[in-house]
Design a protein around this ligand. Structure first.
Ligand code: C2E
Ligand code: MG
Ligand code: MG
Ligand code: MG
Length: 274
């Protein structure tokens, strides 16, 4: 097809491909050095109890402050970090850094950290989580680890690790719910205490009747299984009102706050209502 488009097109196409490959390779070399150079940083986004309007905690979201390219979002380097295995030391750093930050917050504030399936498959993960808690002094019950539906398709070792981490008192959260392939029966088998509805459904809420039906169904299921439910990517008051009416208890999104570096966050001082 490239040939049919003519010689000029073919050359442009080849140069383009070459640049993509080079770009990716350069990024990989940079990624290997980035940890030692301290180029990663964490931004924090609050999640909110819809009924009280109070902040329950913050999700740590990693960014890479690249010396030439500026701030790089996780979607551009996490897949590469997973392919190369760099996610294992990077993920350990995220856990340690986030726990050390969170221990300075009011005790009602919880900390959520994302965990890659590659990290979970790594044999040292239970010790890494335990080590980050011990080193920081953060109570295990204040920590939530977010995993996606792919972990349910992962092997028995990953599931055992999740069970062991859960047994330490850490909450396991199912992230991006509704986007994967996992069967619903896994929900009851795994030690999830919370489900996060993917922001794709939330974005469609005001216009798509089917999204409302799906959100209502997820919310009913979660409450029947005694799980908390958080809606991700809430950007408007209209979305929030629909979520509230559907029985969703918690929310997170730009409507409340964007992810921010720790120094830019005004930590809520009021205690969580009980
Ligand atoms: P996630 O865990 O589902 O995180 C939510 C993403 O949605 C974040 O993107 C957040 O900035 C974005 N977001 C929050 N509110 C809104 C909103 O109202 N509208 C829109 N459009 N987006 C919103 P971010 O920070 O770019 O992270 C993307 C993904 O990268 C995360 O999705 C998570 O899967 C992964 N990630 C981030 N940090 C880490 C980490 O430390 N370790 C691992 N393994 N993965 C991470
Ligand atoms: Mg998450
Ligand atoms: Mg998510
Ligand atoms: Mg996501």
């Amino acid at each position: 097809r490239a040939k049919a488009a003519g010689r000029g097109t073919l050359i442009v196409f080849e140069q383009g491909m070459d640049m993509v490959v080079q770009d990716q390779h350069a990024l990989e070399i940079d990624l290997r050095r980035a940890l030692q150079r301290g180029e990663f940083e964490l931004h924090y986004q609050p999640f909110i109890n819809i009924a009280s309007g109070l902040v329950c905690g913050f999700e740590a979201l990693v960014r890479w402050r690249h010396p030439q390219q500026g701030l790089i979002p996780p979607d551009r380097f996490i897949p590469l970090a997973e392919e190369t295995g760099i996610i294992v030391p990077l993920g350990a750093w995220v856990l340690e850094r986030a726990c050390a930050d969170a221990v300075t917050w009011p005790v009602e504030m919880r900390l959520a950290v994302n965990l890659s399936p590659v990290q979970l498959r790594h044999c040292g993960i239970v010790e890494t989580v335990g080590g980050a808690l011990r080193a920081s002094g953060l109570l295990a019950t204040r920590l939530e680890l977010e995993v996606t539906e792919t972990v349910m398709l992962a092997g028995a070792d990953s599931r055992k690790s999740l069970q062991a981490i859960g047994a330490m008192g850490v909450s396991i959260v199912l992230d991006d719910f509704g986007t994967g392939y996992a069967s619903l029966s896994y929900l009851a088998e795994m030690p999830f205490s919370k489900i996060k509805i993917d922001r794709g459904f939330v974005a469609d809420l005001p216009t798509h009747h089917t999204s409302r039906a799906i959100v209502s169904a997820i919310t009913n299921l979660a409450s029947a299984l005694h799980m908390e439910i958080t809606a991700e990517g809430v950007e408007t008051e209209e979305q929030l009102m629909i979520l509230k009416a559907a029985g969703c208890t918690h929310a997170q999104g730009y409507y409340f706050a964007r992810p921010r570096p720790i120094g830019d966050i005004e930590m809520p001082r009021q205690a969580k209502k009980v």
